[in-house]
Design a protein. Structure first.
Length: 502
């Protein structure tokens, strides 16, 4: 999607659609809509008066211009009641609109986003926030993963955004930054939607390396021998059943070289999870190509961060491997020694995410990370607890957890913090090792998080379980079928918030 800002008269633009956002029963037309209405003999205002146009959320009314002005059609797009309005409604409305604007029949549209058009009687909303949410809806709602379809030709849509001349300078940064972040979400979706025969650990590493060359990111990777030398027995144990060599992917952004502080983003990168010897049921096993969504999200987030250039240091680490059965695979009852020296009894080989994260977290601590956020499709238990509506949050540090929740509230990526009471720890006690890798059925998402927390120590840390939110089979507005790209926007927002508070 190509986005261009203009200030030229709307009625002179050779476009398929002119989009005019309209709050429910907001009365008199303003901005370019007022002039267009006059040129069209008050056809819009007459429809409003007759209540043919009401402005309910996502209601779209098409008005043909019949050559009276250059645009072929006017779309009056309802935003709902101003009393109930929020940014998520704007994302949703523009997400639904996106498919219409990006159809093959049309590749050029104009949207009026000037302050007069989207003003409200009580000045309720911030113009920059509205524009940000609208662009998010457009870019995310227009996403499709068609790379492997032989009969699909990409039809790139061109969107003109109309603003008043005095608004363009201020709004341009909002548009640019939002486009960067939204494209990063779609990058995450692309990575997580790829089939596992195309997105191997090596290919994920190569993709991260390519992204570093396109930005000011430092890249390195650890191979199997280097991981062995560091004693990463938990990660390597998971990798034993696969013929694909594991990779530890490292991307570093140094936005504040004078500061010793470093935020680490660690993402689970299981490029296919069969469950290993504790094999999963065949039904929907194909979805396990997306078990690296956490890794995809931190790669995509740090790529956006590098493009936005906040004054903060961030490192992203992804332990990438497959979890497969085989003659050399890890078995229930095995004991592995982690990089930290702590030992883990393998009670279930399908609880592998916490194993690879254990070594990755120990590694980022050795690099000087003083805050850690990990992202993982960790447990089915979180889906039972929270469904597909919000991600689970677990933390040893209230301040960092609150910062994350504030960021998620701003982006609309819902998150909910669950308890981490010490009493849960006894569920994963082991008679033969320091701990087991599972804690039984009860509170499975909590015990999974606490097992990861065993390797964090006193470092402020948050774990985000995205097992329920990383993909969807129930497309809605800007969340299309497949990978969702959650929580890329929240991670980026958190970093931006932190940099602004320095």
């Amino acid at each position: 999607m190509n986005i261009t800002v203009i200030n030229d008269p709307v009625e002179h633009q050779s476009v398929e659609f002119v989009v005019i956002p309209y709050f429910e029963k907001s009365g008199e037309l303003t901005g370019p809509a007022k002039n267009i209405d006059i040129l069209l003999n008050q056809s819009i205002s007459k429809l409003i008066k007759d209540e043919e146009i009401v402005g309910k959320a996502s209601e779209i009314t098409t008005i043909y211009t019949y050559g009276i002005i250059q645009p072929k059609k006017i779309l009056i797009v309802g935003l709902g009641s101003i009393d109930n309005w929020d940014l998520e409604i704007t994302r949703t409305v523009f997400g639904k609109l996106s498919s219409k604007l990006s159809s093959k029949e049309n590749n050029k549209s104009l949207i009026c986003l000037d302050s007069e058009t989207i003003s409200t009687p009580n000045g309720h909303q911030n113009n920059n926030q509205f524009v940000q949410a609208a662009i998010e809806g457009l870019i995310l709602g227009g996403y499709e993963f068609t790379k492997h379809k032989s009969d699909i030709k990409d039809a790139e849509s061109n969107i003109l955004l109309y603003f008043n001349q005095d608004e363009i300078k201020e709004i341009s940064k909002t548009i640019s930054d939002t486009t960067v972040i939204s494209n990063a979400v779609n990058l995450c979706r692309d990575l997580a939607n790829e089939p596992s025969n195309a997105m191997t650990p090596n290919q994920l590493a190569n993709t991260a390396k390519s992204l570093s060359l396109d930005s000011n990111l430092e890249y390195k990777e650890l191979n199997q021998k280097q991981m062995q030398d560091l004693g990463m027995g938990a990660l390597l144990g998971v990798a034993k059943g696969s013929k694909e060599e594991p990779k530890l992917i490292v991307l570093e952004y140094n936005g504040n070289p004078n500061s010793p502080d470093k935020l680490a983003l660690v993402g689970k990168g299981i490029t296919f999870d069969s469950g290993g010897i504790s094999i999963k049921p065949a039904t929907n096993m194909g979805d396990m190509k997306g078990d690296m969504a956490g890794g995809a999200s931190v790669i995509s987030a740090i790529y956006a961060i590098a493009r936005l250039q906040p004054a903060i240091n961030v490192i992203a680490v992804v332990p990438a491997t497959e979890n497969m059965p085989g003659g050399n695979a890890q078995k229930p009852g095995d004991i592995v020694t982690t990089m930290s020296g702590k030992t883990i009894e393998i009670d279930n080989t399908d609880a592998e995410g916490r194993l690879v994260l254990a070594d990755a977290i120990t590694y980022v601590k050795s690099l000087g990370a003083n805050e850690i956020i990990d992202v993982a499709t960790l447990t089915g238990a979180i889906v039972i607890a929270l469904g597909n509506i919000c991600a689970g949050v677990f933390s040893n540090n209230k301040e960092l957890a609150n910062e994350l929740i504030v960021a998620s509230n701003a982006t609309g990526e819902k998150m909910w913090e669950l308890p981490m009471f010490e009493e849960y720890s006894k569920q994963y006690n082991s008679k033969t090792a320091d701990i087991k890798n599972v804690g039984g059925r009860g509170a499975g998402s909590i015990t999974g998080a606490k097992i990861i927390g065993e390797f964090v120590g006193e470092t402020p840390w948050v774990h985000i379980d995205i097992a329920g939110t990383s993909r969807t089979t129930d497309p809605k507005s800007y969340q299309t079928h497949g990978a969702t790209g959650v929580p890329v926007r929240t991670l980026v927002q958190l970093v931006l918030n932190k940099s602004q508070s320095l």
